[in-house]
Write a protein that binds this ligand. Structure first.
Ligand code: CUA
Length: 159
């Protein structure tokens, strides 16, 4: 079979890319132990209110950690608890969230925080709030008739 030179180069390039990609994914998953983030922490969705840290939703100052605050959210159809929170400007915050019923979204509009909250799993995201203003948290997973009414607010304020 005759193959054009450029066609051969193109094939070699394509196959090499595939091998590099699969090797990267393989080493990351099996050698370094990386997993999708939502698989790491589990919780009994029936007992969310009794379990730490979800027994006290809201913003909590923490000591001796890589972040300054922990911001705990409990989602359920069709609200987030807390409904509003104030964060000091420049604070490094670990957002910790879960849901008591169905799958909800957790998107902080205008930032790159965008998590899926699944019953039985804890979703986390650490970020620094370095821009003043009001941020809207919206549910971006369809969760029922009140889906469009589901929101919460974060206010980043200078202190
Ligand atoms: Cu919760 Cu849509």
């Amino acid at each position: 079979m005759h193959m054009h030179k450029l066609e051969k180069i193109w094939l070699i390039l394509g196959i090499s890319c595939l091998i590099i990609f699969l090797t990267t994914v393989g080493v990351s998953a099996f050698y370094m132990g990386n997993k999708p983030p939502s698989c790491l922490l589990t919780i009994d969705p029936e007992k969310v209110d009794q379990q730490k840290p979800f027994d006290k939703p809201g913003l909590h100052k923490v000591e001796g950690k890589e972040w300054d605050y922990e911001l705990v959210y409990v989602a359920q159809a069709f609200s987030y608890n807390p409904a509003k929170v104030e964060i000091p400007l420049g604070a490094k915050v670990k957002v910790i969230a879960t849901t008591k019923d169905v799958i909800h979204g957790f998107e902080v509009a205008g930032t790159n925080i965008n998590m899926m909250l699944e019953p039985g799993y804890i979703s986390e995201y650490t970020t620094t709030f370095d821009k003043e203003g009001e941020y809207l948290i919206v549910c971006n997973e369809y969760c029922g008739s009140g889906h469009h009414l589901m929101f919460s607010k974060i206010e980043v304020v200078k202190k």
